[in-house]
Design a binder for this molecule. Sequence first.
Ligand code: NAD
Ligand code: MG
Length: 389
Amino acid sequence: MIHQVSILGSTGSIGQSTLEVVSGRPEYAVFALSGHKNIKMLSAQCQNHRPQYAVLTDPDDAALLAREFGELGLDTVVLGGEQALQQIAADPAVDIVMAAIVGGAGLRPTFAAVQAGKKVLLANKESLVLAGQLFMDEVSRSGATLLPVDSEHNAIFQCLGNQLEVSAGVEKILLTGSGGPLLRRAIQTLSEVTPDEACAHPNWQMGRKISVDSATMMNKGLELIEACWLFGLSPDQIEIVIHPQSIVHSMVQYRDGSVLAQLGQPDMKTPIAHALAWPDRMDVPVERLNFSDIRDLQFEAVELSRFPLLKLCRQVSQMDQCYAIALNAANEIAVAAFLEGQIRFTEIQLIVEAAVNGTHPIELLSIEDVLTVDQHTRAWALQRVSERL
Ligand code: NAD
Ligand code: MG
């Protein structure tokens, strides 16, 4: 059987790794690819993988690419706009959707894939942070197969016996995090951290937004919320452990004292391949662990005073869903402003905290309601950044 695959966000770090994994494998056909601004890379990917559809966010960019493909004689159909992302996620011909757009922009197309009952490979953790209950309810209703790609959640899934279901024998989850590039930096110098320093992750090669989130450990906080929804756990069943080497990708502790861990090189091709091939396994040419080279695996407690956003995420994980939406939206705006050199590293947390404190919960009955809170907070956070300038 040939599986038709749509990759939402194919020009990003996860998207490119997914193409590497499926490349040269006749059992996977690339049905559709999508990009945001990087027309050149999307063009090259289409020439290589010959998908039926390519999507760009801006319709003018889409028209440019369509003209280029016309000249090249490439029969990939180019579509523009957000609606087109939902179309390639839900097309009846598609079997597998890799949800690898970064941020809240990934919610609608990922949700469309879930509504259409696809096998959904979830990298876009923000979808679950934003729409938790609505998202999981839709998975149950549609019969979609949800497979975690985030390395920690993929590890937990494997340690639970290749399933999302948490049996009564599970005592707790140990969610590991490297601590990022600022783990040992003097706290009083954090306000001087530059975008390049924040993005210089010691173990993982990732997009710039998630790299900054790793430096603040907001990423681990978002992952805590993601894990609660994916596995139906309460936040107090999840302990966060610093593990600087990123070899143990997370663990599950059982009631008899057993701890199961999933180990591997910090290479996203492993969880991507695991989710693609589930419930089988596929060969992936990633570097293997060599246990005679691994001298020590270190673990330590998180210093919450260094990572106030992680502390805030834990609080938010116990609050009304609207606070999680505000948390995520404000963080996206603040991280983008930091990457643009508009605010200091330590101002990210100030903006996110203020956004959460200023949130008034409303009832969330649909994805539209979720996006209303999201848009409202984004507008507020943008205003806050502009006042700062
Ligand atoms: P990235 O920045 O490298 O790529 C993001 C992709 O999203 C690109 O293809 C980009 O074109 C697209 N995109 C950006 N803004 C968009 C918009 N407004 N509309 C439509 N498309 C848009 O990001 P990444 O590192 O590949 O991360 C993607 C997702 O996977 C994130 O949610 C991240 O948290 C998650 N994730 C990434 C890693 C990793 O190792 N990179 C690990 C775990 C989870
Ligand atoms: Mg992760």
